[in-house]
Write a protein that binds this ligand. Structure first.
Ligand SMILES: Cc1cc2c(cc1C)N(C[C@H](O)[C@H](O)[C@H](O)COP(=O)(O)OP(=O)(O)OC[C@H]1O[C@@H](n3cnc4c(N)ncnc43)[C@H](O)[C@@H]1O)c1[nH]c(=O)[nH]c(=O)c1N2
Ligand SMILES: CCCCCCC(=O)C(=O)O
Ligand SMILES: [Mn+2]
Length: 503
């Protein structure tokens, strides 16, 4: 296993180390000189063997490429760099890569598009990053059965571009243009989940390459029935497995008809509680709302400034209705009455595709908006999800906690699911700020767990949420998860150091 000797002499100019997170710069030279020699030797042999299979174009050990593949959009972890990157072009090549790594006992880390937020793609113990982007075909499409099977290089936007001409779409939308197998691996969701479900509800089958190179389908080869009672649900085991059980080399997904009409609206509220109360009442009234997204006043102000918009700076819901023209109109009328009852403003409507896209782009871009509004800063993104009735108090407590701390922390959420994010901004050269942000995130997550919720509604555990998993699922639950991992991956080679440690 790789080992690092971290001393102050290692750092070029900045060091900030508190709790579980570390941010620092160091030189590749020092990194390599302290790396376990056994692994370095193994990697040399491995490289030669892999070149024979993949050709020189299918493999790289360049420092830049290894670094690019060792980070996602979340916290940068400069001490967890992979040693090699490979690009399989087929399931067969992926299987050969796995068997070669298995023989040498070298860690393997699947890489989708790197949009994850929990450091899922970094090499905690070094190893080989397997970039799936060259496996980018739609391999099976059954429009009348409403299913499609794609390889890992197919992204959400790529699939929707293909489906559009057939009057179909795949609605799970994390905003980022993530790979569909990466979304399967993290159990992603996003803005449409309140109506169409998350990846868990939309994955019918997956093809898997195991750590030792064996290939199998979790629901049986090519099976695509909408339901099954045939034994354990192995498909769901791989949804949210974060690369720790095997490579997902195909995912079979449910797809949907594009609704005749889609209409979006924006509505401001006097308080977060009023906005969430409206959301609960909309769900209780069985309005089949497609999106109901909260942005707090802090997020709205940044959104306005960044996008040259002039929405009210107040807790705001972004809503969307799907259906026939008649149904959209009646859903919207009912929802507007509920908004009014809760002190909400008139709806500002967007009917045309372009206008709707602009509105949702402003919402989806909030991650970049916050970072660009605070140059040089980084952020801890929280992702708790609680029973919806607990949400108003939890958000109110969180906002008051953030205000007292002096940290900048916009909050927004997929409120229809009881899921919200706070974006706790800190300056990496101010250790006190990072400490405050970490303590805030920890208090918030503990509060959510005490309310029978989860530490992560959609981003996954990765490294960032490992500390909370045992409290969430209990010691026996954690041991069961580890036993399952041992069954699929007895030598702990698939993405080790994520979700839980090996002890
Ligand atoms: C601006 C912005 C906004 C959002 C988000 C990101 C960003 C940058 N996300 C997070 C992110 O888009 C989501 O986690 C995706 O599912 C990650 O997919 P990638 O293909 O990028 O996986 P990425 O390459 O980042 O990998 C993520 C994890 O999956 C594993 N993995 C990837 N491909 C695999 C494969 N083929 N087989 C096995 N394991 C594999 C990796 O090893 C890693 O552990 C999100 N998410 C969300 O759910 N809701 C949201 O609202 C948002 N919003
Ligand atoms: C407060 C910004 C957090 C954004 C995190 C990305 C995400 O999940 C989203 O919904 O947007
Ligand atoms: Mn989200």
């Amino acid at each position: 296993m790789q080992c690092f000797f971290i001393s102050r002499f290692v750092f070029n100019n900045s060091l900030c180390q508190t709790g579980s997170l570390r941010y620092f710069h160091y030189s590749r030279f020092v990194l390599q000189s302290t790396r376990n020699h056994q692994l370095v030797d193994k990697i040399k042999v491995l490289k030669q063997n892999l070149i024979k299979v993949l050709g020189k174009d299918g493999i790289s050990d360049s420092e830049t490429i290894c670094r690019q593949h060792s980070r996602d959009e979340g916290v940068e972890r400069n001490d967890h760099i992979v040693d090699l990157v490979v690009w399989p072009k087929s399931t067969e090549e992926c299987s050969i890569i796995a068997s070669i790594c298995y023989e040498k006992k070298v860690p393997m880390i699947p890489f989708g598009t790197g949009t994850g937020l929990e450091s899922g793609v970094c090499g905690v113990h070094g190893g080989v990053s397997v970039d799936m982007s060259k496996m980018n075909k739609i391999v099976d499409f059954n429009p009348e059965d409403f299913d499609v099977t794609v390889q890992p290089g197919v992204t959400r936007k790529g699939l929707n571009h293909f489906l559009k001409d057939h009057g179909l779409w795949f609605p799970v939308d994390p905003g980022a243009d993530a790979s569909l197998c990466g979304m399967t691996a993290t159990s992603a969701s996003g803005t449409n989940a309140v109506r169409y479900g998350t990846m868990r509800e939309n994955v019918l089958n997956t093809e898997i390459v195991l750590a030792d190179g064996r290939v199998f389908w979790t629901a049986g080869k090519n099976r695509r029935s909408k339901k099954s009672s045939a034994g354990f649900n192995l498909t769901n085991l791989f949804v949210g497995s974060e690369g720790s059980l095997g490579f997902i080399t195909k995912t079979t997904l449910k797809i949907y008809g594009i609704p005749e009409m889609m209409a979006s609206a924006v509505c401001a509220f006097p308080t977060v509680k009023a906005a969430v109360d409206m959301c609960v009442q909309v769900l209780q009234s069985n309005i089949p709302i497609a999106r109901i997204e909260l942005m707090d006043d802090v997020a709205m102000e940044m959104c306005n400034n960044h996008n040259k918009l002039n929405y009210e700076v107040a807790p705001t819901l972004f809503l969307e209705f799907h259906g026939t023209e008649e149904s959209v109109k009646s859903q919207a009328k009912f929802a507007a009455e509920i908004a009014d009852y809760n002190g909400g403003s008139q709806f500002h409507w967007a009917y045309e595709t372009e206008e709707r896209n602009r509105l949702w782009k402003a919402r989806h871009d909030i991650y970049w908006t916050v970072l660009q509004s605070n140059p040089g800063c980084r952020a801890i993104v929280t992702d708790v999800c609680v029973p919806i009735t607990c949400l108003p108090d939890l958000i109110a407590q969180t906002k008051s906690d953030i205000q007292k701390s002096g940290i900048i922390g916009p909050c927004l959420g997929h409120v229809g699911d009881g899921n919200f994010h706070s974006f706790l901004v800190f300056n990496p050269s101010e250790p006190e700020e990072l400490k405050k942000a970490e303590q805030l995130a920890s208090r918030l997550t503990k509060r959510a767990l005490d309310l029978n919720g989860t530490c992560t509604g959609e981003h996954g555990i990765g490294i960032g949420k490992m500390a909370y998993l045992e409290k969430e699922i209990g010691p026996v639950g954690l041991e069961m998860m580890k036993s399952i991992k041992r069954t699929f991956d007895p030598h702990w080679l698939m993405n080790p150091g994520k979700i839980f440690s090996s002890e």
